[in-house]
Design a protein around this ligand. Structure first.
Ligand code: URP
Ligand code: ZN
Ligand code: ZN
Length: 467
């Protein structure tokens, strides 16, 4: 036995109990009362602490070329920051290039990730080109390799049309893959952008208005219908609106395997942020929505219709956000020239656990949303996402008494600001172990560049709304 975490309160998605946790060769080797250390075992006193599975962030964009630049955190900075917020596995998005077979896309991005990642990682593939049978068929190579999840964008210039989306869904049903979707109505978004700009409405508020509740909700409904038609499961990423939430609930009530992810920024902020002085820092897609939508998403968490919480971490510098005022070439900018995305990779688990500590949800629910459900959905519950003998020893020690105010200075990524500045959390992670190795302790990153490994996922076959 290498490590013995003694006297803590173990929290899983299902239960809470006092127990010791033993780790041998990077795996959980025993969970029980009064476990005895060997001669060389390191013993950690966890009295008064919660012992949790490390979080799995199912949605990040590290070093991603986007919005005329590259997101600020590379695979090192992003995974280092993740570790310091109790996240031990991140799923990053590969953007397939036009004409690129899926396996080539995986290899291209893994060449960047492998030398740098400080915690374990895996990928989803953002599909941009399935216009030939060979490209569509190459999805199966990705599944066989261990990357069985794909994302389709209904917006952006690299997004696909409904025909390609439908083909991806059909293919996924045959090969054991899960399709995620960024659902926003591109055509309506473009019409509204043109109208607002023609009227001289250029600030970040109009980003929200051009991607308002209905622009997202309509696309959610359409995406669910396409999945039903193709007879396959669907995972709606970063869900932020009430209409979409209701459509997800209705489909699930009918027995369809429809799953939804939301993000802490939609649970904490509303569209009011687009009235702030630096509203451009909050520009992300989908934008934050009104209070009614926020309440609906919280209700979805409580009812079980939100399956996961992930960050959509995609930071840019304030200088880049300022392109909404003046573009890099010196000409006037507007809300469409602000790179979309915000930092959040270090804040997800602390925020959700703090909400549990404040009594809004249970700790078990926070674990389910941030660790156990992502592992089940993405095909890695054979090794991660829970505290069980035989699984990777990805473990977080959480001090429910340690209060924490988020500041950018206290974060560990490369970003120069955080939309979470000043947010007050009740309780905070004090230690993170990745496969039994201490990577974070008391505010300090202790891991190493390149120590994270690529986790291969099993094929995904979701036939019902239950996980
Ligand atoms: O604003 C965001 N979310 N940027 C990242 C790309 C995406 O749509 O997920
Ligand atoms: Zn997206
Ligand atoms: Zn995203």
């Amino acid at each position: 036995m290498d490590l013995l975490i003694k006297g803590g309160t173990v929290v899983t998605a299902e239960s809470t109990f006092k127990a010791d946790v033993a780790v041998t060769n990077g795996k959980i080797s025993a969970i029980g009362s009064n476990l005895k250390a060997d001669k060389n075992t390191e013993v950690v006193d966890a009295k008064g602490k919660l012992v949790l599975p490390g979080a799995i962030d199912g949605h990040t964009h590290l070093a991603m070329p986007f919005g005329g630049t590259i997101s600020t955190d590379d695979y090192y900075d992003g995974t280092k920051s993740a570790a310091c917020g109790g996240t031990t596995t991140v799923f990053d998005f590969i953007l397939q290039q036009k004409g690129e077979p899926m396996l080539d896309a995986i290899k291209r991005r893994d060449a960047l990730a492998a030398p740098d990642a400080a915690v374990d990682y895996s990928f989803h593939i953002g599909v941009s080109d399935v216009t030939t049978p060979e490209l569509l068929d190459s999805m199966e190579d990705a599944v066989k390799f261990g990357i069985p999840s794909f994302k389709v964008f209904m917006v952006y210039d690299f997004g696909v049309d409904d025909g390609s989306f439908y083909q991806v869904l059909q293919k996924a049903a045959k090969i054991g893959a899960l399709v995620g979707v960024h659902a926003e109505n591109r055509d309506v978004n473009n019409v509204l952008i043109a109208q607002y700009l023609a009227e001289g409405k250029t600030d970040a508020w109009w980003h929200y208005m051009s991607k308002n509740e209905s622009v997202e909700g309509e696309a959610d409904v359409r995406a669910i219908n396409l999945a039903k038609m193709a007879g396959t499961s669907l995972y709606i990423v970063h869900l932020a609106n009430k209409q979409g939430m209701e459509a997800v609930r209705a489909a699930r009530d009918e027995g369809y395997p429809i799953f939804a992810e939301t993000c802490p920024q939609y649970l904490y902020f509303t569209s009011e942020v687009y009235k702030r002085e630096r509203a451009r820092d909050f520009v992300c897609s989908p934008p934050m929505k009104n209070k009614e939508s926020q309440d609906a998403i919280w209700a979805g968490i409580k009812s079980g219709d939100i399956a996961t919480v992930a960050t959509d971490h995609c930071p840019f510098t304030q200088a880049e956000k300022d392109w909404g005022i003046t573009k890099p070439d010196g000409t006037p900018g507007n809300f469409t020239t602000i790179p979309n995305g915000c930092a959040g990779i270090e804040n997800m688990y602390p925020y959700m656990l703090s909400e549990a500590n404040k009594g809004r949800i249970t700790f078990n629910k926070a674990v389910e949303l941030c660790a156990t459900n992502p592992s089940k959905l993405f095909g890695l519950d054979y090794c991660k996402g829970a505290l069980r003998v035989g699984l990777d020893a990805d473990i977080v020690l959480y001090d429910p008494k340690k209060n924490f105010t988020i500041t950018n200075a206290a974060m560990h990524g490369a970003t120069d600001h955080t939309i979470w500045e000043g947010a007050k959390l009740k309780g905070y992670p004090v230690a993170t172990y990745c496969r039994g190795k201490l990577v974070f302790k008391d505010g300090e990153f202790l891991g190493k560049r390149g120590e994270g490994k690529l986790i291969k996922c099993k094929p995904i076959k979701l036939k019902t709304p239950e996980l």
